[in-house]
Write a protein that binds this ligand. Structure first.
Ligand SMILES: Cc1cc2nc3c(=O)[nH]c(=O)nc-3n(C[C@H](O)[C@H](O)[C@H](O)COP(=O)(O)OP(=O)(O)OC[C@H]3O[C@@H](n4cnc5c(N)ncnc54)[C@H](O)[C@@H]3O)c2cc1C
Length: 557
């Protein structure tokens, strides 16, 4: 698409100049990349977005586009009190204390720029966001909010991007519902859904409108195209080109349709290539062997992290990731993952390899608990883990039943808890004791061990707010008993090039690599595995893209 015409190629060894020199090169077309491309192009820079796959949008297009932006203008209009200072206080209270020294400047930049980013996006694209009723996952912490920081795009017609529409990356299931509508659990109640949403779903089908990540990428792309950005698909960037004398990054080398191309950038290059979850070597090195599923496009192979490292960048936070329960679902001729809190079911618990519970099953940050590691050896403390439930766990969640059969042998069942333990290799007496203890909590209506269903987040998720009853607790008593493996499931790793608060990539000694910026999951993310908001990937990705856009347009040519 829009490819440079008639590239010249000096000889077979040398890459050809495949386009005239440009101000800014953005590598990767997800939320981080397109947000930066939009800012730079709105501010009169010429921008080229290079995307490795044949589709635009990366994981961002597949995502729910739950967007965590504190102190935003929609919350203000709804009369919700919030400020950047409160958000910063919350982030400091909610994230690991020993992160403060390295991340405080980035947290500060994020809370200051995030509200501005959202206004900018709505001003320069057709995107319109709506508030989501979700609380902060750690709303009890100082500065936490019960609503107002979570948003998601309203539906947009993909026709807005004309011939690019079929090129927008497809999610695992079509984004016919908005993130806000998913609160009503439409897939669990098909008839009620048809009655409630029928006419608007029909209108969306007719107008090719979609919500969530599909709307996000449609809107961002339209904004970028309106400002003259060029997007080249099927272009895998392989190397950064540096000036030998100054170390400044001045362009990239890429593979395009089987030929080697060189693209020169007058102002700078942004790495927005996403995570490294599909690179088995990197994944194994930083997450060990207990990964059940990956929910992102297979093009996220850590190219940005590797390129950054080759020009001397410091790679940090490589053991951090968006870890979230995923159901097995087919995607692009392989197996992918569909985010679903399926373990959060009244008649189920999560146990570790010693048959003990170790976390509330409704905790938003259950992925962090699964990934807890021994500080001395770095080995996982709990894995492998299991969801153990009774027959009612299988009966209710429609989506679970629909998808569970895709992975043969995933769901195992037995007539007794002891027999189930034998099937999955857990100590039978220990599992019986754990189930009995939990059943006692269910009868009493209170989980003495992990306070399941008691936090603001868990009450919201289980709809226990209304009558004050804890709806998360139910006994595991009725055979057959079932177990499903429950290990790490990755929605994007979050480690990469260390940056300063302006998004500039740093060397281990803290010096700046001139001309090189990094945003999104390719950067050493100041929000790691522990989420401060349900959407603490997309909001920061958009914001870091916007911040990097500022830096890039300020670079002298
Ligand atoms: C199903 C799903 C649901 C999610 N829901 C949410 C949610 O509701 N809220 C939230 O905050 N987060 C959510 N996430 C996580 C979130 O989507 C990601 O963290 C975020 O989109 C990462 O954005 P990014 O711009 O850094 O990378 P991506 O969107 O992954 O984009 C990276 C792009 O770079 C391209 N690329 C890679 N290497 C190269 C190369 N060498 N040359 C050129 N291009 C390259 C890739 O092909 C890809 O298109 C979800 C993720 C998934 C998969």
């Amino acid at each position: 698409m829009d490819r440079a015409q008639s590239p010249t190629r000096p000889n077979s060894e040398e890459p050809a100049d495949c386009a005239p020199s440009i101000d800014v090169i953005v590598i990767g077309s997800g939320a981080a990349g397109l947000s930066a491309a939009l800012f730079a192009s709105v501010n009169a820079a010429s921008v080229l977005v290079l995307e490795k796959s044949g589709s635009i949008g990366g994981s961002s297009a597949m995502s729910g586009a739950g967007t965590w932006i504190p102190a935003n203008h929609h919350a203000r209009a709804a009369g919700i009190d919030d400020s950047s200072a409160e958000a910063l206080g919350y982030i400091r209270a909610a994230l690991p204390e020993d992160w403060r020294a390295s991340e405080n400047r980035l947290w500060t930049a994020f809370v200051e720029k995030a509200p501005e980013t959202l206004e900018f996006l709505e001003r320069h694209t057709p995107l319109r966001f709506g508030l989501v009723e979700e609380p902060d996952p750690q709303a009890e912490k100082p500065g936490g909010k019960v609503r107002g920081r979570m948003l998601s795009p309203l539906p947009l017609s993909r026709r807005l991007v004309g011939s690019y529409a079929p090129k927008i990356r497809r999610p695992a299931i079509p984004h016919l519902f908005t993130y806000q509508e998913l609160r009503r659990d439409p897939y669990a109640h098909p008839l009620a859904t048809l009655v409630r949403f029928g006419p608007r779903l029909f209108a969306r089908l007719v107008t090719d409108s979609r919500g969530q990540g599909s709307a996000l990428i449609t809107g961002l792309l339209r904004g970028c195209l309106d400002r003259g950005c060029r997007v080249e698909l099927g272009t895998r960037v392989q190397n950064l080109l540096s000036d030998a004398a100054t170390g400044r990054v001045v362009g990239v080398e890429a593979e395009q349709e089987g030929r080697r191309c060189r693209f020169k950038a007058r102002r700078g290059v942004l790495l927005a290539t996403g995570g490294f979850e599909w690179d088995s070597e990197l994944r194994e090195a930083h997450f060990g062997g207990h990964v059940d599923r990956i929910g992102t496009p297979a093009t996220n192979t850590g190219d940005g992290q590797k390129m950054a490292s080759r020009v001397g960048a410091s790679l940090e936070r490589m053991d951090q990731a968006n870890l979230y329960p995923l159901l097995p679902i087919g995607y692009e001729n392989g197996m992918g993952g569909l985010p679903a809190l399926f373990q959060a079911h009244p008649h189920a618990i999560v146990v570790d390899r010693t048959a003990q519970r170790f976390v509330s099953e409704y905790d938003y940050n259950i992925g962090e608990a699964l990934d807890r590691r021994d500080p001395a050896s770095g080995r996982p403390i709990h894995l492998p883990c299991w969801v153990v439930g009774d027959v009612r766990f299988l009966r209710r969640p429609l989506m679970f039943r629909w998808l569970a059969h895709r992975e043969k042998g995933w769901v195992r069942s037995a007539a007794t808890i002891a027999a189930l333990a034998g099937l999955i290799g857990l100590p039978p007496a220990a599992l019986e004791r754990t189930v009995e203890r939990f059943n006692g909590f269910a009868r009493a209506g209170a989980d003495e061990d992990f306070g399941r269903g008691e936090s603001i987040w868990e009450r919201y998720k289980s709809r226990s707010e209304a009558n004050g009853k804890n709806r998360t607790l139910g006994g595991i008593e009725r055979p057959p008993f079932v177990a499903v493996s429950f290990n790490l499931a990755i929605l994007g790793t979050k480690g990469g090039a260390r940056t300063n608060e302006r998004g500039q990539v740093l060397r281990p000694d803290g010096s700046i690599i001139p001309g090189l910026y990094c945003a999104g999951n390719a950067m050493a993310n100041p929000f790691g595995t522990r989420a401060v908001g349900a959407g603490t990937s997309i909001g920061p990705c958009l914001t870091w893209g916007y911040i990097c856009g500022h830096g890039l347009v300020r670079e002298s040519q």
